[in-house]
Design a protein around this ligand. Structure first.
Ligand SMILES: Cc1ncc(COP(=O)(O)O)c(C=O)c1O
Length: 387
């Protein structure tokens, strides 16, 4: 397994935020980076590019735009052409732009919490109005399953709501939504004339050989109201190369997005372009290698919790490498995030950050070596037993 680092803590001291934000005795299972090496083909492409020793302004190379458009058409069923793609420095900046083009300050933007927290901060920081219908969950034998509450969604959306920031696969709920669910989403989007931002950054990380379904693939009408956001960063562990993209087939929406990008001076960088191109054209064997490892880690988390921490319910992600743990039955003296950080020396993400429905939860990133994962779970178990 060439993607595994030589030691579990290899990334400490290599300036990785995941391994260097907390003190050295803390095991970091928080931010959504993997602990894996990026694909060798990406490294080689960057080395070749560095040989040019010319790092000036550049175009978004047509080759990369072709590859992304073909990937969107062939894997995601989105009617994308190269001219529909806008390269951004990452997805958080793209989300920021979307939040701005929703409308003037005070425009309603709909989400389903718990949700990837920069959606919430972007809405707040751009002075837009958060409109929310939390996901509903059911738990069976300690396994949590999340669904959208379509009645609550219909009730929450008002004439002032102009945009839905959607996440599929869903971070942190781990759902990869079914065609039937997506069709309901599309119906609502068309009925209320919303722009839908479909953040699909975790789409490649779909388990069990199932295929990801993109909202924009449902019909040309839906595609015209969709901004699909994606990036090679989660799949190939290259977020530090700084490259994401928006796929926008509607010309007027495309223009609005592009103008905001220009206004903010956002663009790509030399290494992001070559890294993304190598990942998308030669990285499939890498993805084929990491996915089964991730799936085994996912199952290990569930099995471990069932056996050793039965009070904790958990999701079984259909995609992503992020488990979502309900710790409310532990009755901890402090938030589970603080408890596991202080008592177990394990850094997780605080569920409260993910908005309504996240209180009492933590998000655990299992994209690490099995050794790190087991060590972290052992520490969490020991801390709970000793409380
Ligand atoms: C759903 C989702 N969108 C966007 C991002 C961030 O993407 P970027 O690093 O390109 O800003 C993440 C990272 O965890 C994510 O989970």
């Amino acid at each position: 397994m060439t993607f595994l680092p030589p030691t579990p803590d290899y990334h400490r001291g290599h300036n990785a935020i995941k391994w260097n934000l907390y003190p050295p005795d803390v095991l970091p299972l928080w931010v959504a980076d993997t602990d894996f090496f990026s694909p060798r083909v990406v490294q080689e492409a960057i080395q070749r590019r560095a040989e040019h020793c010319s790092f000036g302004y550049q175009r978004d190379t047509p080759k990369l735009l072709d590859v992304i458009a073909a990937r969107m058409r062939e894997r995601h069923g989105i009617p994308a052409e190269p001219e529909h793609i806008l390269i951004t420095p990452n997805l958080v900046s793209a989300i920021g732009i979307c939040t701005q083009i929703a409308g003037p300050p005070g425009t309603g933007i709909f989400v389903t919490t718990p949700i990837y927290h920069p959606f919430l901060s972007s809405i707040k920081l751009h002075n837009q109005m958060l409109v929310n219908a939390p996901l509903v969950s059911s738990a069976k034998n300690g396994v949590i399953y999340y669904e959208m509450d379509f009645d609550a969604i219909e009730a929450a959306i008002t004439p002032e709501t102009r945009m839905w920031i959607f996440c599929n696969p869903h971070n942190p709920a781990g759902r990869s939504f079914t065609r039937a669910e997506l069709e309901r989403v599309a119906e609502i989007v068309l009925k209320h004339n919303l722009i839908i931002i479909s953040d699909e950054i975790h789409a490649d990380l779909r388990y069990s050989g199932e295929t990801h379904i993109s909202v924009a693939s449902l019909s040309p009408e839906v595609a015209a109201q969709t901004i699909t956001l994606n990036a090679p960063s989660k799949t190939f562990n290259i977020p530090g190369l700084g490259l994401g993209y928006a796929v926008i087939t509607d010309p007027s929406l495309h223009k609005r997005f592009q103008e905001k990008m220009w206004a903010a001076g956002l663009g790509s960088n030399n290494f992001g372009i070559v890294g993304a191109y190598a990942a998308y054209t030669e990285g499939q064997p890498y993805l084929d290698e990491i996915l089964p490892y991730l799936q085994e880690n996912r199952d290990l988390v569930g099995d471990y919790l069932s056996e050793h921490l039965p009070e904790v319910s958990y999701t079984i992600p259909e995609a992503t490498y992020l488990s979502w743990l309900d710790c409310r039955n532990l009755n901890l003296p402090e938030s589970p995030y603080h408890f596991f950080l202080n008592q177990a020396r394990v850094a997780l993400n605080d569920g409260a950050q993910f908005g309504e429905g996240g209180e009492g939860f933590v998000r655990l990133n299992y994209a690490c070596t099995r050794e790190t994962l087991i060590a972290a779970l052992d520490r969490m178990r020991d801390a709970v037993l000793a409380r």
